[in-house]
Design a protein around this ligand. Structure first.
Ligand code: ATR
Length: 280
């Protein structure tokens, strides 16, 4: 819980880290809640991660978020890894517990689902097929959250097929790894399409995907948020599909972090969204 006699501290460990919008997001909540505290970017080289994590408790930090390249390696330095972080194989958030021990959790999948629900409150994972493109870290969080929500068929496609097959083996259940050549045809009958690759991000070429077979009723989600509308989302919107970008995922993954660090419920308001969008 927050204490009036304590300056609240949290931050983001990454390398590089200065491009991140997270300090703006978290510092908005400190101001909104009238709390003395701050969220700082922490530029931590890979070899410095262990000492940096161990310093959180003595420095009085409530915890931190993790970004590239620390999400997987952090698991080696913590005292406990929760279910989501274990299944995903990576941590997005470290919580310093009252005794100073470190808990690794992962809120990316939660953020993804909340972002979908914000765009479409009636969205359900349901029985209809979901197509997920990509098999990197973002994909692991998305797949885990969809499986947790009861998705019964996830068609997983990745340029490097072995990575998709590994995920299908690991997560089992609803996941079927298809070959990269099948990605256009795999859209037939899908209720949702999710891009978890870096394709379409600023500076990257668009995702090479022909949407002809995708039902116009399908929801199309991209975990990329810069640009706000990737070429994939623009093409989907032009043919009548509903679309969701990755900004909701970024904003909503921060809420469970605040609950765990400070015991405070936060909200993603239109004002907060506009504040972050103004930096994009
Ligand atoms: P992250 O952890 O952010 O997801 P990553 O592990 O590097 O990052 O994964 C990036 C994803 O984008 C992978 O699925 C990658 O496909 P490969 O496994 O074949 O590398 C995908 N990706 C990157 N460049 C791509 C391209 N030109 N075409 C298709 N997929 C691409």
């Amino acid at each position: 819980m927050a204490h009036p006699d304590r300056f609240l501290l949290a931050g983001l460990m990454g390398w590089p880290v200065m491009h991140s919008r997270s300090p703006k997001l978290h510092n908005h909540w400190f101001a909104q809640h009238g709390l003395a505290g701050t969220y700082v970017p922490l530029a931590i080289r890979p070899e410095g991660l262990g000492p940096a994590l161990r310093a959180l408790a003595p420095l009085g930090f409530s915890g931190c978020n993790l970004t590239i390249p620390h999400k997987e390696t952090a698991l080696a330095f913590v005292d406990e890894i929760d279910g989501a972080a274990r299944r995903i194989g990576a941590s997005s958030c470290i919580v310093v517990r009252p005794d100073g021990s470190l808990l690794a959790t992962n809120n990316d999948g939660y953020g993804f689902i909340e972002g979908l629900l914000e765009a479409d409150p009636n969205w359900r994972a349901g029985a209809d097929p979901i197509v997920v493109i990509g098999a990197g870290g973002g994909s692991r969080a998305v797949i885990d959250s969809l499986a947790e929500r009861g998705a019964r068929e996830i068609r997983l496609l990745n340029r490097t097929p072995e990575r998709a097959q590994t995920l299908a083996r690991e997560f089992g259940g609803p996941i079927a790894a298809l070959s990269w050549d099948e990605r256009h045809a795999a859209l037939a009958g899908a209720a949702m399409l999710v891009n978890t690759t870096s394709q379409g991000m600023v500076g990257e070429p668009p995702l090479d995907l022909d949407l002809d077979k995708l039902p116009t009723s399908a929801l199309v989600a991209d975990i990329v948020y810069i640009p706000r509308e990737t070429p994939l989302l623009a093409a989907a919107r032009a043919r009548g599909n509903r679309t969701v970008n990755g900004l909701g995922m970024l904003l909503h993954q921060a809420r469970p972090a605040w609950k765990a660090w400070f015991g405070i419920d936060t909200e993603v308001t239109p004002e907060l969204r506009a504040l972050i969008e103004a930096t994009m």
